[in-house]
Design a protein around this ligand. Structure first.
Ligand SMILES: Cc1ncc(COP(=O)(O)O)c(C=O)c1O
Length: 385
């Protein structure tokens, strides 16, 4: 018998992964697929980064264990970058290099959550949060957002209890591309500081370098004193498979917590973030220069095409996802789309039925080819009515 929780995880499964696997199968059968299922950027990392990887891979001693928190010189560079850009007030000894954002979130939850502690997440949400929270016997509490996916403060106030330990905030958001305004972040901070129990924020920011329409990104970590910042280069440097990111803590997070985070990282079995990638990133901290421009073009092309076909699209302010109102039940729509070799993910998988998500971190040819397929689907649905 396997653990009952894993059994539940398998059955409730991630819709994103399920659809992605359908794509893998179709492709293995030689079929052409328009795959918008996974936030797995198809672009390559910059050449300069590949060269740094080659250089460091030959460096003596680099392939050994190191301090669990990672190379000090890399953490210092990260701390300087964060402080200079006013994203968080921190120092290198409050930074842990991690195996991507997923590891960083697990490390915080493992350190902060006791049995039945509650962690609030805003719907729609990145589905893995639920599994991560349950890894440590915490309880995921779902908080609805407003129609424009901004924070509904009345709803949030109602969800806060004396068991609330943390809130996970994801801006720009996966799946909506929503960026929380500075005013809302300030309001959130004010609300949390008024609570009797100390509530921590886990700010999951892997998309913060992909911001559209010249908007400015503000991190809650520069506003709220009890914040954990989670970042990854998976999306900003197209490095998702290399598993590199970090966890950074504000100055008000207790030193004892920082020590415990390092222990959690070790005992969860991560030990240290990949050594080669830490060194490489140390020389390549910045996101791809025109990354927002690249994705904005794809976004605008798709929004224009889909809107003309009669789809109702929420305009994302960042990240590389479109959240589209589903013309019929979202699970049925995604199934019909898959039959046309068009892979999109149901909103149900993000706790928000009635929508589907398109990850447009793919090539322009796929994007162009998808529009006639979306057109065919819409026509079929209209004919059925
Ligand atoms: C909102 C969000 N958080 C975290 C992650 C995990 O990223 P990483 O590859 O850095 O573990 C993802 C990946 O898609 C994501 O969309």
């Amino acid at each position: 018998m396997i653990n009952a929780r894993i059994d539940k995880d398998i059955n409730s499964g991630s819709w994103v992964r399920k659809i992605f696997e359908v794509g893998v199968k179709l492709k293995s059968e030689g079929k052409e697929v328009c795959d918008f299922s996974l936030g797995n950027p198809i672009l390559e990392p910059p050449q300069k980064l590949i060269e740094a990887m080659q250089k460091y891979s030959a460096e003596k001693g680099i392939h050994r264990y190191m301090s669990n928190a990672g190379y000090e010189e890399v953490r210092k560079k990260v701390a300087n970058y964060l402080n200079e850009n006013k994203l968080i007030d921190t120092s290198f000894d409050r930074i842990i290099m991690t195996s991507g954002a997923g590891a960083a979130i697990n490390v915080v939850l493992r350190t902060m959550i006791s049995q039945d502690d509650e962690v609030i997440i805003f719907s729609p949400y990145f589905m893995e949060y639920v599994f991560y929270i349950e890894n440590f016997c915490g309880k995921a509490i779902f908080c609805k957002t407003k129609e424009d996916f901004s924070i509904d403060f009345n709803e949030l106030q109602n969800k806060i209890t004396n068991k609330t330990k943390a809130i996970i905030l994801n801006s720009p958001n996966n799946p909506t591309g929503k960026i929380y305004s500075k005013e809302d972040l300030q309001k959130l901070s004010d609300l949390l500081l008024k609570q009797e129990n100390k509530i921590y924020i886990i700010s999951d920011e892997p998309y913060r370098d992909i911001i559209f329409d010249d908007l400015k990104y503000h991190s809650i970590c520069s506003i709220y004193p009890y914040s954990f910042m989670v970042y990854s280069w998976s999306k900003s440097l197209n490095l998702a498979g290399e598993r590199i990111g970090y966890l950074a803590c504000t100055k008000d997070i207790d030193e004892s917590i920082i020590k415990s985070l390092v222990v959690s990282f070790r005992v969860l079995g991560f030990v240290n973030a990949p050594s080669l990638m830490q060194k490489t990133i140390g020389d390549n901290l910045l996101p791809i220069k025109n990354i927002a421009e690249i994705y904005q073009k794809k976004r605008d092309f798709l929004i224009n095409g889909l809107t003309k076909l009669g789809y109702s699209v929420f305009v994302p302010q960042g990240a590389f996802y479109l959240f589209v109102a589903s013309p019929i039940n979202d699970l049925e729509f995604c199934e019909l789309a898959a039959k046309e070799q068009l892979l999109v993910t149901p909103g149900t998988g993000f706790g928000c039925p009635g929508y589907f998500r398109l990850a447009f971190c793919t090539d322009d040819v796929t994007i162009e080819k998808s529009l006639p397929l979306f057109e065919k689907l819409m026509k079929e649905l209209k004919n059925k009515k």
